[in-house]
Design a protein around this ligand. Structure first.
Ligand code: CP
Length: 356
């Protein structure tokens, strides 16, 4: 069955495994990138290899000119109705690397939504002018709904979810996987690793998407560390249990800090507070990494953060070789360039390019 065979009411009720098949291109890559669940180990490996090839090609002027020529006939709309620095700029740069021309709406109040236009009509409007829509939204599921809407229109152009509500941030998870793979590539790879997620796990969408993608690797142990009020939701634990993945839920990161392979810090997501200052009363003082904490980590471990950070990682850690968050941010540009290239079927041309 295809996306066009369903009404939205039918489609929205389908199990994730069926939806994923509807969004798949013949080459296995997603037509629309909406959920972490759309990636299996093979597509992750292919995408990471493509990102590495793009990174290498871009080192030389001739290579950059080749990349710039690939999608110079395409235009992308960056529709970000939630604040963003990294995701917006790395997608912007990724488009530039591949030659796409870019336009943006960063505040719905500056578009005709302010005059009462529906989001559906806004997206249909963007589809009249562009070949790709990259969108970040407050609403869970909006990117999926828009992908269905466009696939049932005369202009079925691809949508990439750049963060939707508290639910999904699939391209952040892709760059996290790419960073973890690069971190462990000379030291046994990403299988058989333990990862500790720390912070606001209740409202952070990055941990939800990353824990999902990590199920594609062998024998990954997940350790969720948060104050009880901000602990990971049961649906993620149920998903890991159904997959046979080992997990634990802790309140004190010192129980495992010295033996895990990766620590994934997150900030308090107080933009989701239901009342002003709601999460300010939660004691988060022990969910921070400073010099003492990083010194207690294994020499071969890595420290990640999707950023932005507040004070959950001290700047004293920034030059420690285990601190991966700056590299992680730059990896976002390469993996997003790879994703856009895969979306537009440029993989073979990139892989065939000879890097001396
Ligand atoms: N990690 C992340 O999504 O950062 P931005 O909110 O700055 O895009």
């Amino acid at each position: 069955m295809k996306l066009t065979d369903y009404t939205w009411e039918e489609f929205s009720q389908l199990p994730m495994s069926t939806k994923v098949e509807c969004f798949k291109k013949e080459d296995g890559f997603p037509a629309h990138t909406l959920f972490a669940q759309q990636f299996d180990r093979e597509t992750l490996d292919r995408l990471c290899d493509l990102a590495t090839k793009i990174r290498k090609i871009a080192k030389k002027r001739d290579g950059m000119l080749f990349l710039n020529s690939l999608l110079s006939h395409k235009r992308a709309m960056l529709y970000f109705s939630q604040p963003s620095s990294r995701t917006f700029l790395s997608f912007y740069s990724a488009c530039q690397i591949l030659g796409l021309k870019v336009a943006e709406v960063r505040d719905a109040a500056t578009s005709s939504e302010f005059k009462g236009e529906s989001k559906e009509d806004s997206i249909r409007t963007f589809s009249s002018y562009f070949d790709l829509i990259i969108m970040r939204t407050q609403e869970k599921g909006l990117a999926e709904h828009m992908a269905w809407t466009l696939s049932n229109s005369e202009r079925p152009l691809p949508i990439i979810n750049a963060g939707s509500g508290k639910d999904q941030h699939p391209t952040q998870a892709l760059l996290d996987i790419y960073t973890l793979k690069r971190s462990f590539e000379d030291n046994g790879g990403l299988d058989n690793r333990s990862i500790m997620y720390v912070g606001d796990l209740l409202r952070g969408r990055t941990v939800r998407s990353l824990s999902n993608l990590l199920m594609n690797y062998e024998n990954i142990e997940h350790i969720f560390v948060a104050p009880p009020e901000l602990q990971i939701k049961q649906d993620i634990l149920d998903m890991l249990a159904a997959n046979g993945s080992k997990y634990s839920v802790l309140t004190d990161m010192r129980e495992r800090l010295s033996d895990v392979d990766a620590v994934y810090m997150t900030r308090i997501q107080d933009e989701w507070d239901k009342s002003k200052g709601e999460s300010a009363s939660i004691d988060i003082s022990s969910y921070k990494i400073g010099k003492k904490e990083i010194d207690s980590m294994k020499p071969t471990s890595v420290l990640l953060h999707p950023l932005p950070r507040r004070d959950e990682i001290s700047t004293e850690c920034d030059h420690d070789p285990r601190a991966m968050y700056w590299r992680q941010m730059r990896n976002g540009m390469w993996i997003r360039a790879a994703l856009i290239a895969a979306t537009f079927d440029c993989t073979e041309a990139i892989l065939a390019y000879n890097v001396e």
